[in-house]
Design a protein around this ligand. Structure first.
Ligand code: ATP
Ligand code: SKM
Length: 296
């Protein structure tokens, strides 16, 4: 039994490490997962181009989907990604979403946002929101997240902008927005699980303002407030944000860094990229994704 699915990466509007509430938007870079199920027990995982990377997240995703919708199968999962790992661009959420959907695909369970059950109550279709929650559970159990990161997972799974309460895995708002996006990814890596959460909690009063702005649909201003607060809390430079604010209204450290994301119109983000090209690392332009994750 074979399944395949892809899910987009995401950028941050509000980082949930301060208050438990977060917001994120999907971007047009993907992670793909291929799952092969077999009758022997046990699940193995492999990350293309990263033989030493931690495969527990994707293995746990397969296990949880089998426990819920399968019949004791074992399997192998393989991911291929355009998203750098631990760079703040939600590689873990994209990998988890793609793996959960690929496993459902291998089991022949349809993805349908209306969900579906047979008269005896067995599941024939699972909504993407429910699928995202399974990936979040796997991320918690694999220890790759602080809050569960349902903000990142829902943006990647559903597309567009999502605002969530990660303490209850509740979707507070979702909106489709078309932005051009500039990204600067420095060469270093920052694993979310290693972030200094006590320092993040100290900026909670400021981040609550960012969350209110996001819930009012003022996403660019929310991002900028969030970015300045988290650069201070996590000791990342504010200079990339100050530079970007000459050309766009929305810029933030993404996740727990080290990447920065800026949003606006094409000419604005091109100017941001030109300025960020002076820094070491990699800059690139992309767009928001409104369609989220998909099987096949
Ligand atoms: N392509 C992938 N395939 C399988 N597992 C992955 C992949 N990308 C990330 N992971 C898992 O996620 C972990 C990194 O999670 P982390 O949250 O630190 O990164 P991130 O999601 O890129 O960062 P952030 O949450 O700040 O955006 C890796 O150690 C690995 O377990
Ligand atoms: O691990 C986590 O809980 C999180 C990590 C970052 O991506 C944050 O942006 C997100 O809001 C929560």
């Amino acid at each position: 039994m074979h399944g395949r699915a892809s899910a987009p990466a995401a950028g941050t509007i509000v980082n949930a490490l301060a208050t438990g509430c977060g917001a994120a938007f999907a971007i047009d870079r993907e992670t793909a997962a291929t799952v092969e199920l077999h009758d022997e027990g046990g699940v193995t995982g492999e990350i293309d181009g990263a033989p030493d990377a931690d495969t527990r997240l994707i293995e746990r995703c397969v296990e949880l989907v089998i426990a819920e919708y399968g019949d004791g199968e074992g399997g192998h999962v393989h991911t291929e990604s355009e998203v750098p790992m631990a760079a703040g661009l939600k590689s873990s959420s994209a990998a988890a979403n793609a793996t959960v959907l690929a496993t459902l695909d291998a089991l022949g369970v349809a993805i349908d946002d209306g969900e579906g059950h047979t008269p005896d109550g067995s599941t024939v279709a699972v909504s993407r929101e429910r699928a995202a929650r399974l990936g979040v559970r796997a991320a918690r159990e694999a220890g790759v997240t602080v809050t569960g990161a349902f903000d990142d997972a829902s943006a990647s799974m559903l597309g567009g902008v999502t605002v969530t309460d990660n303490t209850s895995d509740e979707l507070l708002a979702r909106e489709t927005i078309a932005w051009d996006v500039a990204v600067w990814t420095p060469d270093e890596r920052a694993f979310s699980a290693d972030a200094d959460t006590a320092r993040c909690e100290r900026v909670a009063p400021v981040v609550r303002v960012a969350t209110d702005l996001a819930l009012a649909g003022e996403y660019e201003r929310a991002m900028t407030v969030n970015g300045l607060a988290f650069c201070a809390a996590l000791d990342f430079p504010t200079e990339p944000a100050i530079t970007a604010l000459g050309s766009v209204e929305g810029v933030s450290l993404s996740g727990t860094g080290p990447s920065y994301v800026a949003v606006g119109d094409r000419s604005g983000v091109e100017k941001v990229q030109e300025a960020w090209d002076e820094y070491e690392g990699h800059t690139w332009l992309t767009t928001t994704r409104t369609d989220g994750a998909w099987t096949g």
